[in-house]
Design a protein around this ligand. Sequence first.
Ligand code: HEM
Length: 444
Amino acid sequence: MTNGTVLHSLHPLGMLDKFRKDPLLFLESQATKNDERVQFRFANRTVHLLLNPALVKEVLVTQSKSFQKSNQFKELSLLIGEGLVTSECPLHTKQRKIMQPYFTPRHIQKYVSEMIGSASGTMEGWEAGTALRDISKDMMQVTLAVITKTMFNMNDHEGHEKVGVHLEKILEMATKRIRSFLKPPVSWPLPELKQYKASIEELKRVVEEIIQHREILSEEKEDLLHALLHSRNDEGNHMKRDQLIDEVMTIFVAGHETTANLLSWFFYALENNEKVKERVYEEVDRVVGKEELCSEHLPKLPYTSQALEETLRLYPPVWMFGRTSVRGVKVGDHFIKKGENVLISPYIMHRNPKYFQDPLSFDPERFHKGRAESIPPYAYFPFGGGSRVCIGNHFALQEALVIVALYVQRFNFTISSDHKVECHPLITLRPKGGMFMNVERRVD
Ligand code: HEM
């Protein structure tokens, strides 16, 4: 691996134009050059794309104090304020400490039956025979149902009516804005922006109302909102109201589309890998069979879990993220000046033949105990790393396993061979134009 390359461009936008036309192709073409770092310009910003796991580890872990979240997520600030995704030290450290205990594997185990209940509910309306469905929409619906249930103890219908409709509209608009380079400031009196701000206000109002209602009734519910309402910092104080709303909104935004994409890609990957599909179906049939799914079944589905991990390798929902340096810093042999940006792409790293043999083949065995340990640190990082590692990682994996087990138990998914699915890298890695599959109820 060579040390680094600098890409020069006379275009006023630098490489941004090429990147925006096809981000994955742009990143892939840099990765084939065998450099550990590629430097270029996005308009007036200097960007360093890191292609070596050791450098990624330096940015996320060892030298994380020299970096902040990049502007990519600042667009979401209007929606999620200073929640965990967007806040910086010292607020981030304080909030993370308060919230971490509610996302440990032990704590989220409490939500297994809620996850099963709400995910099963979303499948009730599915027809008995075979139907062509856009499963990417179904997966959004089911993960939204799970998060509204675990957060607010709301049923699927109520969650969609009160929260889902606003959230969908807002995320669509936010995605458009994140992708456009020349966007009007949100303060401009344009009808589209007015609508955007009104939807955000409405959603926040709904969340505030739910919180107030809960406080008045002092209901003792075993959901995330209850946990956050009763959490206290080291000084014994509760979270301030505005902060609580920001954190609730953050969990909604960060915690549903990502897992939905993982699930869509999972069923797509099975369709293209007959042997893996057979093993997943065999495992679910053997372990769960016709019983009602419960928490005891989950640890007995190791192959299905590995297939989910392999899906996160080839189709990481958070396909790229970044940092901005807050001071001049040396990462490996590379000097990064204050204010410059660092780009990190799990999508590119996970497909590098140096770290994964035959990288494009879908092989869940890579994550088998004994083999997974040979993957170098930070060559596989679908949930990021260091102090800002995804707080919902255990939640997402548990939820995805529950949903997969329920669907596999009941349905067979097939895709017509002429339907080519492409990756659409928006805020998360979505299937372009949806994921249309024939869904057939399995015979009892
Ligand atoms: C497969 C599903 C998911 C993937 C691939 C994923 C991926 C990620 C990644 C890569 C980051 C770090 C971004 C960075 O460092 O800039 C992150 C942060 C975060 N994720 Fe997830 N996520 C998933 C599901 C969830 C769920 C289910 C929740 C909540 C229930 C959640 C909540 C968060 C939060 C709050 C952060 C910010 C953490 C912090 O900065 O302290 N995520 N996620």
